[in-house]
Structures are given as structure tokens and as C-alpha cells.
Design a protein around this ligand. Structure first.
Ligand SMILES: C[S@@+](CC[C@H](N)C(=O)[O-])C[C@H]1O[C@@H](n2cnc3c(N)ncnc32)[C@H](O)[C@@H]1O
Length: 238
């Protein structure tokens, strides 16, 4: 079962049964994304600094009871600059840990083979994939030893230019879930998590607020198969 749903994740999450989700794999919008994705006036109501925090902490709070006992969340947070320097991802992770009582179990670095050059700073060539759980002990399904680094080029898919590379999605899902598991992506975008789930025989529910992206991702999913992945060409080209 793969189901890509249109709507605001904060509302759609209420339809998910408690204790039913094995793994959440998700990438919120980048911190410099459009104001329309930011909460309220663009600032978290309880923020103590002038930074937009979107609804990441709120959705993480609502996900908590939905997880199975050893369920795991892989939260992709891009490196960013702002009034607090480079600390935004850590500020968010710290809120998730201290306010919501999650354990931050691991952190994977996605190294981008083709980073977009920056003008006034060092070019950022990585993003974080924080591994979070209600339990300090989670199950790793990888065979043999895996490093906490994944190397892959930035990808795009038709109308969506902030997508997770399919190879990274598959790597993560193979490590943190198994066949038949229920995977949730609360910011599903172009449907990369759903495509990876299709290949890996996982069930998947995705939430996406933008109607165009929902259409795009449903179409992508329909055409996606293991032998001819839809975005393989663009990944190889990069
Ligand atoms: C970085 S993109 C996700 C990309 C995705 N991982 C992929 O590979 O295509 C973030 C997505 O979150 C969506 N979004 C933002 N706020 C949302 C909300 N409150 N509920 C559901 N989706 C949301 C945006 O429209 C955007 O497509």
C-alpha cells in the first residue's frame, strides 16, 4: 500500500493510528523556502530568536504517539545560515529532544557530490539526517558495517528541485526498516520516499500540501519501477 495524500501534515497526521508507524523518513522545506510554508507570521510563536522554524517541532510532537515502540524517525535538516549562525538544525533538534523527550540516536551526513557554490561563504556540501526515536535502542537492519556518511549528488525531478536522491532514500530505508513496514513521509514533495518504498516493498503514506506536487508524485510513482528508475538519468548526469 502506497498512499500520497494532499493536505497539511499537522491535520493529516490525526488519521494515522497510534503505534502503527515503523519509520518516518522526511525532509522539511529548506530554511530559506517560501514564507507560505512558515507557520503563522513566519516565526514560531515560542521562538526566542527571529528565525522561522516552520512546523517541524509541532509535527514531531504529533508523530510521537504514532510510532511503534522501536519506531524511528530520520529527519533531514539542511545546513543553513541565519541570525544564529549555523545553529538552526541543532536548535531544532535540541527542542525535539528537550521538549518532546525524543532520543537523538544517530546522525548521518549526506555529502553532496555537486554542491551549489556560495558567494560569501564556504560552499555547503552536506546535509544532516538525524536519527530520532522514543527509545535509545533502535534496530539497524543493515548487513555488515555501514558508515554514517552517504555520498550522492543533489537531484531534481521535473517541477520539484529540492528532492532527496533516490539512492539516499533507499540506503536509509534499508538500514532503518524492513519489508512490509509502514513508512511515513510528512513532507513528501515529489514522492522520492514513496518510490523507494515501492522498490523495497515497504508500505508508505505521504503528506504533501502542494497540489501540483501531489499530482507530480502520484504520476512519478505510477511510472516508477526498479529496473528503470524515473530519475536515474538525471542522477547519472550529475
Ligand atoms: C524539501 S521538500 C521534500 C522533498 C521530498 N523529500 C522529495 O524527495 O521530493 C518539502 C516539501 O514539504 C511540503 N510541505 C511544506 N509544508 C508542509 C505541510 N505543512 N504539510 C505537508 N507538506 C508540506 C512542500 O510543499 C515541499 O514539497
Amino acid at each position: 500500500m502506497i498512499d500520497l495524500r494532499l493536505g497539511n501534515n499537522i491535520e493529516l497526521i490525526d488519521d494515522i493510528d497510534d503505534g502503527s508507524v515503523d519509520c518516518v523518513f522526511t525532509s522539511p522545506p529548506y530554511f530559506n523556502a517560501a514564507k507560505k510554508y512558515q507557520r503563522g507570521k513566519g516565526h514560531h510563536y515560542s521562538t526566542d530568536f527571529e528565525e522561522p522554524l516552520y512546523n517541524i517541532v509541532d509535527i514531531m510532537e504529533k508523530i510521537k504517539p504514532k510510532l511503534k515502540e522501536k519506531g524511528v524517525i530520520i529527519l533531514n535538516l539542511g545546513f543553513s545560515y541565519g541570525e544564529t549562525g549555523i545553529m538552526r538544525p541543532f536548535d531544532i533538534i535540541n527542542r525535539i529532544r528537550t521538549r518532546l523527550g525524543y532520543f537523538i540516536v544517530d546522525n548521518i551526513i549526506w555529502v553532496k557530490k555537486n554542491p551549489i557554490p556560495l558567494q560569501k561563504r564556504l560552499t555547503n556540501a552536506y546535509e544532516y539526517l538525524f536519527v530520532i526515536s522514543n527509545s535509545p535502542f533502535i534496530k539497524y537492519h543493515n548487513e555488515g558495517h555501514k558508515l554514517n556518511i552517504v555520498n550522492e549528488a543533489v537531484a531534481s525531478y521535473k517541477g520539484h528541485n529540492a528532492i532527496m536522491p533516490l539512492k539516499v532514500a533507499k540506503n536509509i530505508l534499508e538500514t532503518f526498516s524492513q519489508e512490509g513496514d509502514l513508512i511515513l513521509d510528512v513532507y513528501s514533495g515529489s514522492g522520492t520516499t514513496a518510490c523507494a518504498c515501492k522498490e523495497l516493498n515497504r508500505n508508505c503514506i505521504g503528506f504533501e500540501i502542494n497540489e501540483d506536487y501531489v499530482k507530480l508524485s502520484r504520476e512519478r510513482l505510477k511510472n516508477h519501477n526498479e529496473k528503470k528508475p524515473f530519475i536515474k538519468k538525471s542522477i547519472d548526469k550529475l
